[in-house]
Design a protein around this ligand. Structure first.
Ligand code: ADP
Ligand code: MG
Length: 698
C-alpha cells in the first residue's frame, strides 16, 4: 500500500502531465501522498451566509445568497460582464472579465444563486470579481459538506486554472480512490492510549471535515504523529549514541585541572557550574561518547565550564577545540581562556579565516603533532586539512546556528568521535531545544555568579533626552562607562549610519572634550580603527561608547554600567537581552535604558515590557518564540523545525511534551524497536528518515 501513495501525481484522474508539472514546481507535490499531506489552510462554512449590507471587510472569503436582478456587458479597456445580485438588504455587483459567454448564459435573471468569494472594495463600494457561484438548488444538494477546504495556491497556478477548488477536487478524487487503503502508521496501542483516530479517517476529515469536532480530531491525530516521529527519531539516535558508541574514557582528573582549580581560579564556582561540570565529567568517563547541550544565560560562566572540561581532556592525553560562530567570538574565547590560564603550561592556539598562511602552516603542523592542547577558532577548524593528533573534546559555541552538520563534522575529526559539548550563546526556549537538540542531553547553568546586582531596566521616550543626559553625567562622574547603541538594519545601511552619526553629534555636543571622551564603533569602519576604539573603551580612556550592534557579542568591560539602547522598538527580544548582558558584569549597580519613540506597536510594547519585567533569559527566549513563532527565530531555518507540515512547536507545545515523553518511554523499554508491538515504528523510522539522519557515526 505504500506503493499506492507514492504513485506519481500525474496519474490522478484529471491531473495529467502539464498540471502535474505545475503542482511539482509550485507546491512540491509529486505523489499521491504529497497531495494528501497538502493540508487546507482554512475552511469555509457552507451554511453561513453574509447579508450584502453587512459586507465590511475585503480580505475574507464569504458566501452571499441573492437573486439576479440585472446583467450588463460593459465595454471598457476590455469587455466585462457585470451581474447585479440582490438580497433583502442591498445590491452588489459581480464582475467578470473572462469566459463571458459561458458566465452570461449561466446567470438567469430572477433566479437565486449562492456566491462565494472575496469582496473587493472599489470606488467606495464592494463588489465580487470572479466569484464562484452556483444555483441555490445545486448548493443545497451539495450541502452534505458543511466545511469546505481552502488550499493555498500561487499566481502561476491560477494562470493555469488550478485554484483552491481544483485542488479540492483532486483531493476528493484521491480520497475516493484510496478508500480504506491508507496504511496506519501508528501502532494500535498508541492510538488507543491517546484516543487518536485512524490515519485514513484523519486524511478524510482534514480535507473534508464533517464538523468542527471531526476536524479537531483529525488535526490532533496528524500533529501527534508528526511530533511523535520527530521525537522518536531523536530518542533513538540519542540512545544509540550513548549505548552503542564508543567514547574516549577520561578516567582521571589530573595535574592541569587541579593546578588550575586550586591555584589559578580567581573565584569559587557557582553551585550550578559545579553541578554541570560533574554532569559533563560523568559523561566523559563513561566510555560512551558525550553529546551534551550546555545552556546558560548571558554571563553565567559557560566559557569557564568549557575550559575546565578541556583541562580534564588534557590530563587524559587528549586535545580539545572550541568552535565559535564568528571571528569576534573566537577571539573573545581565546582572550578569556588565555586570561584564565595565565602562565600555566597549556598550549592554546587561535585559528580563524584571517590567520596568515605562514602562521597557519606552523599551527597545523603543531596540531597534528600534538603540540597544541586547545585550539580555538571559527569554522576554519572544520576544514579537512585541519588534522588533530588526538581530538578528545569538541566544544561548539552556537549562536543560534543549530548546526547539526557542524556537529557531525567535528565527530569525524578523530577515528573515535570526540566528546561534544554544544553551548548556546543565549538560552533557547524549551520547546525549541526539544526539537532542535532533541538528541542531546542537556545541562543548564541556572544561576549567575554571586555579587552581581541584577541590571535595572527602564523604558524612556525620545523626548527624555535631558533626563537621560543628566543621568549619564552622574554615572560618568562616579567613574562608570556607558554604551549607547543604535540598531543596524541591513536593508538600509546608509540610513542606519546616519542615525548613528546624528546621535553621536548630539552626544558629542553635550559631552564635550576635554571633560568627556567618546568612542565610536560601527560596521563600516576598518577593523583596525574598530579595535583601536574598543581598546580605548576597554582601558577606561573613553567614557561613552557610541556603537551599532557590532558590540552585541564579545565585549567585556565590567566598569560599564549603563546600556542605552536607542530605537529599542526596532530590536528583537533576543538582541535586547544580549545587549543588556554587556552590563552588570561588575560589582556596581547597572542600568539598561530602552529608549523608543512615543507610538509603539502592540508587539514592540510587549517586547519592551518583557525586558523591563524580567532578566531571565529563558523567560525572554520563550516570550520571543511565542511572539514570532519558530520561523522567525534566527537559525531555525536550517533546523528542520520548519519542515513540520501541520504541528507548531509553540501552539502545540503540550502535545510536543506528550509525544516526547512517549518516545522516551518506548526507547527505554525497547531501544532497538524490535518488539512485535513496535514493528510499525521501526518501519516508519527507517523507511522515511534515512537521509535526515546525520547522527550516524561512521
Ligand atoms: P557566558 O559565556 O556564559 O555568557 P562568561 O563565561 O563570559 O559567560 O562569564 C561571564 C563573566 O563571569 C566572565 O568575566 C567570567 O570570568 C565570570 N565568571 C564565570 N564564572 C564565575 C564565577 N563562578 N564567579 C565569578 N565570576 C565568574
Ligand atoms: Mg560567553
Amino acid at each position: 500500500m505504500d506503493g499506492f501513495l507514492s504513485t506519481r501525481i500525474e496519474y490522478l484522474k484529471g491531473v495529467g502531465e502539464k498540471r502535474a508539472g505545475i503542482l511539482n514546481k509550485e507546491l512540491g507535490i509529486f505523489t499521491f501522498g504529497d497531495l494528501l499531506e497538502y493540508y487546507p489552510y482554512r475552511y469555509v462554512d457552507k451554511t453561513k451566509y453574509v447579508k450584502i449590507r453587512d459586507i465590511c471587510s475585503d480580505d475574507v472569503y464569504i458566501q452571499v445568497v441573492g437573486r439576479v436582478v440585472g446583467k450588463e456587458l460593459v465595454q471598457g479597456k476590455g469587455q466585462r460582464l457585470v451581474v447585479r445580485l440582490a438580497d433583502e438588504t442591498a445590491v452588489i455587483d459581480l464582475v467578470f472579465f473572462r469566459g463571458l459567454k459561458w458566465i452570461n448564459d449561466s446567470f438567469v435573471i430572477g433566479r437565486t444563486y449562492v456566491i462565494f468569494g472575496k469582496p473587493t472594495l472599489f470606488n467606495g463600494s464592494f463588489n465580487f470579481a470572479h466569484p464562484e457561484f452556483e444555483t441555490l438548488e445545486a448548493h443545497k444538494k451539495g450541502l452534505r459538506q458543511v466545511l469546505f477546504p481552502m488550499y493555498i495556491t500561487t499566481e502561476r497556478m491560477k494562470n493555469s486554472f488550478i485554484n483552491s477548488k481544483t485542488i479540492a477536487r483532486y483531493v476528493l478524487e484521491l480520497l475516493l480512490l484510496c478508500d480504506r487503503r491508507i496504511e496506519e502508521t501508528l501502532p494500535a496501542y498508541i492510538l488507543s492510549t491517546y484516543n487518536l483516530i485512524s490515519r485514513q479517517k484523519a486524511f478524510e476529515q482534514i480535507h473534508f471535515p464533517q464538523s468542527d469536532e471531526h476536524l479537531a480530531f483529525a488535526k490532533i491525530r496528524l500533529k501527534f504523529e508528526e511530533l511523535f516521529y520527530m521525537q522518536l527519531e531523536h530518542q533513538y539516535n540519542k540512545s544509540r549514541n550513548t549505548h552503542n558508541s564508543i567514547g574516549f574514557v577520561f578516567s582521571k582528573v589530573g595535574d592541569s585541572f587541579n593546578e588550575f582549580y586550586y591555584n589559578h581560579l580567581p573565584f569559587a564556582l557557582t553551585s550550578a557550574q559545579q553541578r554541570v561540570v560533574k554532569e559533563i565529567r560523568n559523561d566523559m568517563r563513561s566510555s560512551h561518547q558525550m553529546n551534551r547541550l550546555l545552556q546558560g544565560d548571558v554571563g553565567s560562566g559557560k566559557t569557564l565550564v568549557a575550559l575546565l572540561c578541556m583541562l580534564i581532556a588534557k590530563d587524559n592525553g587528549y586535545q580539545s577545540a572550541i568552535l565559535a560562530p564568528t571571528e569576534l567570538l573566537a577571539q573573545q574565547h581565546y582572550n578569556s581562556v588565555m586570561n584564565f590560564l595565565k602562565d600555566m603550561p597549556v598550549r592554546v592556539s587561535l585559528l580563524t579565516g584571517s590567520t596568515r598562511q605562514k602562521e597557519r602552516r606552523g599551527l597545523l603542523k603543531d596540531l597534528s603533532e600534538g603540540n597544541i592542547d586547545i585550539l580555538i577558532g571559527t569554522h576554519a577548524i572544520l576544514e579537512d586539512n585541519v588534522i588533530f593528533s588526538n581530538l578528545g573534546l569538541a566544544v561548539i559555541d552556537e549562536q543560534h546556528r543549530f548546526g547539526v552538520e557542524q556537529r557531525s563534522k567535528m565527530w569525524r575529526k578523530n577515528t573515535i568521535a570526540p566528546h561534544v559539548l554544544v553551548m548556546t550563546a543565549t538560552p533557547i526556549p524549551r520547546t525549541l531545544a526539544m526539537t532542535v537538540y532533541g538528541d542531546l542531553d542537556t545541562s543548564v547553568i541556572d544561576e549567575l555568579p554571586p555579587g552581581r546586582k541584577p541590571v535595572k531596566t527602564l523604558h524612556i521616550y525620545e523626548k527624555d533626552t535631558h533626563d537621560l543626559f543628566v543621568f549619564m553625567r552622574q554615572q560618568i562622574a562616579e567613574g562608570r562607562q556607558i554604551y549607547v547603541v543604535y540598531p543596524l538594519i541591513h536593508e538600509n545601511e546608509k540610513l542606519d549610519l546616519k542615525d548613528l552619526m546624528d546621535g553621536y553629534d548630539v552626544i558629542a555636543d553635550n559631552f564635550p572634550l576635554p571633560e568627556y571622551q567618546i568612542s565610536i564603533v560601527h560596521g563600516q569602519m576598518d577593523s583596525q580603527t574598530k579595535e583601536y576604539e574598543m581598546d580605548r573603551f576597554k582601558r577606561g580612556i573613553t567614557d561613552i561608547m557610541v556603537a551599532t550592534t557590532v558590540i552585541e557579542v564579545g565585549v567585556d568591560v565590567p566598569n560599564a554600567t549603563v546600556m542605552v539602547i536607542e530605537n529599542a522598538e526596532r530590536f528583537g527580544l533576543a538582541q535586547l537581552h544580549q545587549l543588556r548582558g554587556r552590563v552588570g558584569r561588575g560589582a556596581q549597580q547597572s542600568y539598561c535604558i530602552l529608549r523608543t519613540k512615543h507610538e509603539l506597536t502592540t508587539e514592540a510594547r510587549f517586547r519592551i515590557e518583557t525586558m523591563c519585567r524580567t532578566n531571565n533569559g529563558f523567560e525572554i527566549a520563550d516570550a520571543d518564540l511565542k511572539l514570532r513563532g519558530p520561523g522567525d527565530v534566527a537559525g531555525t531555518q536550517q533546523s528542520g523545525v520548519l519542515d513540520l507540515k501541520i504541528a507548531d512547536i509553540v501552539k502545540d507545545n503540550l502535545m510536543l511534551v506528550q509525544a516526547r515523553e512517549l518516545a522516551i518511554k518506548i526507547i527505554q523499554e525497547d531501544p532497538q524497536l524490535v518488539l512485535e508491538r513496535n514493528v510499525l515504528l521501526r518501519k516508519q523510522l527507517f523507511g522515511q528518515q534515512v537521509q535526515k539522519d546525520f547522527s550516524r557515526i561512521s
